[in-house]
Design a protein. Structure first.
Length: 52
């Protein structure tokens, strides 16, 4: 089986793109999990006065 240089280059690009997609996916999942467990600041009456 013959693999020309163009196919090898394409294969490397596919692998790198797959790794990049996995990295972004894991980063976004991690951010959503952290946001889920992060405490929200409690609202006070002072915050309502500033809005007017």
């Amino acid at each position: 089986m013959y693999l020309d240089p163009g196919f090898g280059s394409m294969l490397v690009q596919i692998i790198l793109a797959g790794l990049a997609v996995c990295g972004v996916f894991l980063f976004r999942i991690r951010a959503k999990i952290v946001a889920l467990f992060k405490r929200k600041p409690e609202e006070t009456d002072e915050d309502d006065e500033l809005v007017d």
